[in-house]
Design a protein around this ligand. Structure first.
Ligand SMILES: CC(C)(COP(=O)(O)OP(=O)(O)OC[C@H]1O[C@@H](n2cnc3c(N)ncnc32)[C@H](O)[C@@H]1OP(=O)(O)O)[C@@H](O)C(=O)NCCC(=O)NCCS
Length: 128
């Protein structure tokens, strides 16, 4: 599973690929990981809030609703676990991801200047 995740992550984030060990460490540190043939989402729960750590979809399978479906699945899981809010950070130049989150009902709630290698991060959240 971790090697498959790493292979898919490399397709989604070619400049910053995560290794199988990186994913193993995330899982061991308490993160939840959902993976399908063409997509993955990693998130973490802290009491009644959850953070989306990353999400990616195979470049050949984008705009088919895979990311939205994965977000829908975790929202259902999180609600059942009593989580009240999801938050995440997205690079200010990552328009596809921002559009995805807006489309899923996330709102911009803050900005972290120069968060990713000099690039601002937009903080978004959604009440469940
Ligand atoms: C962002 C990403 C996960 C979206 O995955 P996806 O499966 O293509 O997303 P969906 O098909 O569920 O898209 C849902 C909606 O998001 C918006 N959206 C998604 N990609 C978009 C794009 N390239 N341009 C504009 N809007 C986009 C649209 O509103 C879309 O609905 P529509 O197709 O009906 O117009 C994918 O582009 C990806 O893996 N990118 C690289 C990794 C990355 O940047 N991850 C996010 C890190 S914060």
């Amino acid at each position: 599973m971790f090697q498959k995740l790493s292979n898919l992550h490399k397709k989604c984030f070619p400049k910053k690929p995560w290794s199988a060990d990186d994913f193993r460490d995330l899982k061991q540190s308490g993160c939840e990981i959902i993976m399908s043939e063409n997509g993955f989402i990693v998130y973490r729960i802290a009491v009644d809030e959850a953070e989306v750590i990353t999400i990616g979809v195979n470049p050949e399978k984008r705009r088919l609703g895979i990311a939205s479906a994965m977000i829908g699945i975790i929202e259902k899981n999180l609600k059942n676990q009593g989580v009240k809010k999801i938050f995440l950070e997205v690079a200010s130049n990552n328009i596809p991801a921002q559009k995805l989150y807006e489309n899923c009902g996330f709102k911009t709630v803050g900005l972290r200047p120069k968060y990713y290698d000099g690039m601002d991060a937009i903080l978004m959240s959604k009440e469940l």
